[in-house]
Write a protein that binds this ligand. Structure first.
Ligand SMILES: [Zn+2]
Length: 265
């Protein structure tokens, strides 16, 4: 599998890669342009993320420019501890409401002499001429009790193509985004909260109208993720469903106009 993905990248080196890594029950998404940048959003629950990264990144690439942590739950940050030990990481970016960070993550940052930056809604990073990553949530000034709802919600735009990654944000966040008229057509949506029915509301999915939804869930997980009703709902709005528990790692590529994708299973 690794060789296949690598070949794919070498053949089309100007393409943006968006990989939904099969890390079991947890989230890990790699955004990469060969020889330009590697960004990792969440790291799954354990060091399995290292072997998933090495399936895609060339062996000599030991740097990750930016790691994003959507929120402080173990199925999102614990794999990052292994990533911080193995890769030279440039920076950690967290949700505007991430503090306090987990102690073991703070310890690791200290050991690796790294600091972190908060990314409030509205902040935008220009990754290359045609690619940018924007935070849609959370707003820094609004305190939220629910950890999932403090998730960093990110919009990736590459040329004419658009992707939303919503961490584990729930229905309340979706309602706030709807109220602010921020929800519009995307190509790919990472189902929020592993496809749970605490998120992915009908109105939200109807406005997003994704061509593909990706469920980052582990085989036989005890939460019943992704929820069967949410899968039906995504199908009803016309989305094709791709699940890490069924397809392994799912790798999309785009030139800014078209998408292609490949799955490891
Ligand atoms: Zn989660």
């Amino acid at each position: 599998m690794g060789a296949g993905f690598l070949m794919l990248r070498e053949e089309s080196s100007d393409q943006l890669t968006l990989a939904f890594l099969d890390v079991g029950q947890g989230d890990a998404v790699l955004i990469s342009k060969p020889r330009q940048y590697d960004l990792l959003i969440d790291g799954g629950p354990d060091p399995i993320v290292l072997s998933r990264l090495s399936d895609i990144l060339p062996w000599y690439d030991r740097e990750i420019d930016v790691i994003f942590l959507t929120h402080n739950h173990a199925d999102h940050y614990q794999g990052l501890l292994a990533v911080l030990d193995k890769y030279k990481v440039g920076e950690l970016i967290v949700s505007a409401l991430a503090e306090p960070l987990p102690v073991e993550l703070l310890d690791s940052l200290k050991r690796h002499k790294l600091s972190y930056t908060k990314m409030p809604a509205g902040t935008q990073l220009q990754l290359d001429q045609t690619t940018k990553l924007k935070a849609l949530w959370p707003v820094a000034e609004t305190p939220i009790a629910d950890m999932n709802d403090r998730s960093l919600v990110l919009e990736l735009v590459s040329g004419e193509r658009k992707v939303w990654l919503a961490g584990d944000a729930g229905v309340a966040v979706e309602e706030a985004l709807l109220k602010n008229n921020l929800v519009e057509d995307v190509d790919i949506f990472k189902l929020s909260h592993h496809g749970s029915d605490t998120a992915n509301s009908e109105e939200f999915l109807e406005l997003l109208r994704p061509e593909w939804v990706v469920a980052q869930a582990g085989a036989g997980n005890s939460f019943g993720h992704p929820n069967r009703r949410i899968i039906k709902r995504a199908e009803r709005v016309g989305a094709q469903i791709l699940r890490n528990d069924e397809r392994g790692t799912i790798v999309f590529q785009t030139d800014g106009r078209e998408w292609s994708y490949e799955a490891s299973k």
